[in-house]
Design a protein around this ligand. Structure first.
Ligand code: DQQ
Length: 580
């Protein structure tokens, strides 16, 4: 599926990045090009694993969310789209609009190759709504067969069209071209612009210098003439090319979101980058020094592969925007398929946008919290409620009365204080591993867990030939506890040739109330999970063969020696929004 990087490539990164573009374990960087498939129109659309309430066009390939923007009562989602086939290529900015972020109306593509400055592709970028309620899109145009990248702008043809259907690319494009000595093929994905105290606009472009990821900073007085700042806003060694940077403020205290230009003592900044080489993203929280126009990550935020991630699973090229109608910042991320390009061509589609998430700063100031937009709850149908049920070692309880292949589940587990004492010791040698490797060794059926593994078995077949467990394991490390959350696709399907990692992240959670909560959004071929109210999020793409449609089941389980209690569990069948 050519999307994710194995642990081996990370060692290559650590060793100084000598062969990052070499395929390792069959996994390569950047979008893989399949010339034979690129323009193969899909006549049939495979329904089996199609999602019901995640954003998808009728057919063909999608990748990065672009834009997005809220304008005059309408949400606009633009996204990278191949109108001709189910693999990456022929990229345009597809356009859909919504008034609730749930039901979508597709429109014609907003931006497509037509001019010398974007003849070979209209790649990712962002929207900015300038003062006077004037939207503008900045995007990367591809100008030749070598993928040389320039930055262009587009404006709505008619501001009184409520849907802003048509976009114009003025003739004074491109606005920014690579200079001599700059890397012309790692120079892309302009951010939403923000205004500095000096009244000048600023944007970032993603790129690299040798093996150092770079967020190039550009300034402009009039949004047309852009000058590169002497210093990038931020760089990090050994991270390779940065794609789709995102830079925005978050309130230090409080739950509402901020417009991108807000500065001041009450805010921290977030810098997110997408790592071209590994196809994972990380973010840091930090201080934006507006005098020097530099960003300094906090001590608690690490640059690089081991940094904080929005999502420890299949989530890439994300982009946030400020929704001033509800004073919140919303994050969109793309999840690629985890099957083969051949499977994608056969099913006629590839890629989904994950459910938009509201982002806020964790009160601990050390990470973000993410939660599905509340509008999603309007799709909830039949409900099942459980409470007070105790799960002993080996218990598996089925949740019936809803549609398990298309569901939203929220569960809170509780446990005794004594169980914390009996948690499995955290093996000190695991400190060198990341969470995914620990999950690989301590999966949902591995014995020896005192407290955990417990959680959900999603998209499960009746006799558990297939299931995607989403679960916690609690470990004891001296006087502290380490909480691991896994979404393990290894047992998800009987089909061969799939990418089935044991995605996992650690959860920085206070266990003094002896509770752990989990929410999973299950939608046929995706399980999107939120641990401890959005501290750790993991999305997995899975393709069951038995656990499909009405043959799918949902269970709650405990394989730890210590009992856990289902404090409350609510599961809902999810209805299908209007999308096409
Ligand atoms: N996808 C776009 C690029 C971006 C990459 C091309 C990230 O602009 O860097 O489709 O997935």
């Amino acid at each position: 599926m050519g999307h994710f990087c194995s642990e081996k490539i990370l060692w290559v990164l650590a060793l100084g990045f000598t062969c990052v573009l070499v395929s390792i374990n069959g996994v390569e960087a950047s979008h893989k090009v399949y010339p034979d498939y690129q323009s193969l129109t899909a006549s049939n659309v495979g329904r089996l694993h199609r999602t019901a309430y995640h954003f998808q066009p009728k057919r063909h390939w999608i990748n990065d969310p672009n834009g997005p923007m809220y304008y005059n009562g309408v949400y606009h989602l633009f996204y990278q789209y191949n109108p001709k086939g189910a693999v990456w290529g022929n990229i345009v900015w597809a356009h859909s609009v919504s008034t609730d972020l749930i039901n979508w109306t597709p429109l014609d593509p907003a931006i497509f190759p037509s001019k010398p400055f974007d003849k070979y592709g209209c790649w990712s970028g962002s929207a900015t709504v300038r003062p006077g309620n004037k939207p503008v899109i900045l995007y990367t145009g591809i100008v030749d067969h070598n993928n040389t990248q320039v930055q262009n702008y587009a404006v709505p043809a008619n501001l009184s069209d409520p849907y802003l259907r048509e976009w114009v690319k003025p003739d004074n494009n491109p606005l920014i071209v690579p200079q001599a000595g700059e890397n012309k093929t790692a120079f892309r994905d302009p951010t939403t612009a923000w205004l500095g105290r000096d009244g000048h606009w600023r944007i970032l472009l993603g790129g690299k210098r040798k093996h150092r990821g770079v967020a190039f900073l550009y300034r402009s007085r009039d949004f047309l003439k852009w000058t590169k700042a002497k210093h990038p806003l931020h760089t990090a060694a050994g991270t390779g090319n940065w794609e789709c940077p995102d830079f925005y403020p978050v309130l230090k205290q409080g739950s509402y979101g901020l417009d991108t230009s807000v500065l001041g003592p009450n805010v921290k900044h977030v810098l997110k980058v997408s790592l071209d080489v590994t196809r994972y993203e990380y973010y840091t929280l930090g201080y934006y020094d507006t005098d020097k126009d530099r960003y300094i990550p906090d001590d608690t935020s690490r640059d690089g592969w081991n940094g904080l991630r929005y999502d420890y699973g299949n989530f890439y090229a994300s982009k946030s925007f400020f929704d001033h109608s509800k004073n919140r910042r919303i994050l969109w991320g793309w999840a690629n398929e985890s099957d083969s390009a051949y499977d994608d061509v056969t099913k006629g589609w590839a890629g989904i946008q994950l459910i938009p998430r509201v982002i806020t700063l964790d009160p601990n100031g050390k990470q973000l919290l993410q939660w599905p937009i509340p509008e999603l709850e309007t799709l909830r149908g039949e409900n099942v409620h459980l409470s007070g049920q105790v799960l002993k070692k080996g218990d598996v309880v089925e949740v019936t009365g809803i549609t398990p292949a298309q569901a939203d589940v929220e569960v809170t587990f509780s446990f005794a204080a004594s169980s914390l004492d009996l948690a499995e010791p955290f093996d000190p040698t695991w400190k060198a591993l990341d969470a995914q490797d620990v999950c690989g060794r301590r999966g949902s059926t591995v014995e020896g867990g005192g407290l955990g593994p417990f959680g959900l078995l999603t998209l499960a077949s009746e006799n558990l030939e297939e299931y995607t467990p989403v679960f916690f394991r609690v470990f004891k490390a001296g006087y502290q506890h380490v909480v691991l959350m896994c979404s393990d696709a290894r047992s998800s399907s009987l089909m061969d040739g799939l990418y089935t990692p044991s995605f996992a992240g650690f959860v920085d959670v206070d266990l003094t109330d002896k509770k752990l909560s989990l929410r999973s959004l299950i939608d046929h071929s995706v399980v999107e999970s939120f641990g401890a109210r959005g501290k750790t999020c993991i999305s997995s793409r899975v393709y069951p063969t038995l656990a499909v449609s009405d043959k799918a089941h949902l269970y709650v389980f405990n394989n730890g020696t210590e009992a856990v209690k289902i404090e409350t569990l609510d599961a809902w069948s999810m209805n299908r929004p209007r999308m096409n």
